[in-house]
Design a protein around this ligand. Sequence first.
Ligand code: DQA
Length: 152
Amino acid sequence: MSRYKILIVNGPNLGHLGERQPEIYGSETMADIPALLETLLGEHVGEVELDYFHANGEGRIIDRLEAARAEGVQGVVLNAGAYTHTSLAIADCLAWIGIPTVEVHLSNVWARPEAIRHQSFMAAQAVGVIAGFGLMSYALAVQALWARLRAA
Ligand code: DQA
């Protein structure tokens, strides 16, 4: 049985990764994430149970995060998409469920021209933020959470 449970949550408009503005978000798809993470974990792959969730709606994301608490998930990798910049509701959820969360973005949101992308409701509730590395942002986030769990 896996020792650690990590949940990867993707928010709105991330279901069509690969087709969506590939010049910003890259040509890889969400289906490429499991293989990338398994390669990262290598011989330790059995140590970490990875679960994946995608929803376009804010409420479904909150429901999944609440369920994660009940399931004993020990780490969350969250790309809340545009909700990052708008959702006090998701931030409030992160604040009470108490699961260490890494905020991730495919793009470097601070290098983008729209000022609203420079603001994050998630960041204050996260243990860290990783942005700008495409799918590798997710792998770096899993690595960081896994290292934290192992050190605990
Ligand atoms: C994003 C950045 C957000 O500003 C945007 O709304 C997204 C994707 C990223 O991964 O780069 O949907 O979170």
